[in-house]
Design a protein around this ligand. Structure first.
Ligand code: NAD
Length: 290
């Protein structure tokens, strides 16, 4: 089976690499040619655009920044749907607005192409290890077809969440929890620092208790070392929180905490920090209170 992979960034590159390690022939495309050339040295076949990728592939995976990129790559000139054949399966693993997932699903259906959305959680380290958590929307029988053979080559878990849009709604829930957790960690550790308590000892004391979390373990060391190379960029978390707020307004569910953390990220964006890891939320508190 040939697999197409479009979007070879921080996440897509290691995910594609894991599929090559699993024995698949990959047909690949990204706007950044260095990324394509680098993966081609591992045996992947470079293609000139998304249409060419789809022509050569039975399953086409996309890992792109946001809704507009997915729309362009799927539906645009020389896009995926120009190259697919009936029976192709498209798996969009980007984190995008659930409404756009539904729109792309319908466009695929009109061309007798199956589509799943399968956003992920776990960040770059788990993309490298192949231990991502994958949350899937679409048809359950299509999910079962690709679960073990493809998804679990990139992830430690793949859970079917429901019909079109359900995977990305699940991802929004994930991103709300991560954002609020990071904000709480930044606030708490800034307080400890201002009170002249050793933050490393605070971390050791509380990480095994009720406040401990995967977010705390991954992000607090970055905050304490002031090491904010991404990882997950602030601009991408702003994108997710915008999608969460928009979706929340559509379905009538209040998200005041998401709105608050979004504004905190916006302050850092205004200060030119949007490309830093989201753990740089610590700098919001430092701006206010050092
Ligand atoms: P990234 O910006 O590093 O990578 C995106 C890639 O898509 C880039 O290489 C870019 O050149 C490519 N691209 C953009 N437009 C394109 C087009 N029209 N045609 C071909 N290629 C195109 O982003 P990332 O960090 O890999 O994130 C990708 C998705 O995964 C996002 O939706 C993000 O929210 C989600 N995500 C990221 C993380 C993380 O920790 N970085 C974790 C979980 C989920």
């Amino acid at each position: 089976m040939n697999i197409g992979f479009i979007g070879l960034g921080i996440m897509g590159y290691p995910m594609a690499k894991n599929l090559i390690s699993a024995g698949y022939t990959l047909h690949i495309f990204d706007l950044v040619s260095e990324r394509v050339e680098q993966l081609a040295t591992l045996g992947a076949v470079a293609e000139i655009n998304a249409e060419a990728v789809a022509k050569q592939s039975d399953v086409i995976i996309t890992m792109l920044p946001n809704s507009s990129h997915v729309q362009e790559v799927m539906l645009g000139d020389h896009g995926v749907l120009k190259g697919t054949h009936p029976g192709s399966i498209v798996i969009d693993m980007s984190s995008i607005a659930p409404e756009v997932s539904k729109q792309v699903y319908q466009a695929c259906e009109a061309k007798q192409v199956e589509m799943l959305e399968a956003p992920v959680s776990g960040g770059e380290p788990k993309a490298i290890d192949g231990t991502l958590s994958i949350m899937v929307g679409g048809k359950q029988d299509v999910f079962e077809q690709v679960k073990d053979s493809i998804l679990l080559k990139m992830g430690a878990s793949a859970v079917y969440c429901g019909g079109p849009g359900a995977g990305n709604t699940t991802k929004l829930a994930n991103q709300i929890i991560v954002a609020c957790n990071i904000a709480a960690c930044a606030e708490a550790f800034h307080l400890a620092k201002q009170a002249d308590v050793d933050c490393n000892l605070v971390f050791q004391a509380i990480r095994g208790g009720l406040a401990g979390s995967t977010v705390m373990d991954a992000k607090v060391p970055m905050m304490l070392n002031h090491q904010f190379d991404p990882g997950f960029r602030i601009e991408l978390h702003i994108k997710d929180l915008n999608n969460a707020i928009e979706t929340a307004h559509t379905v009538g569910s209040p998200v005041p905490l998401s709105a608050q953390v979004m504004e905190m990220f916006q302050v850092l964006k205004q200060k030119g920090q949007a490309a830093k890891d989201h753990s740089a939320l610590m700098e919001y508190y430092e701006l206010l209170g050092d």
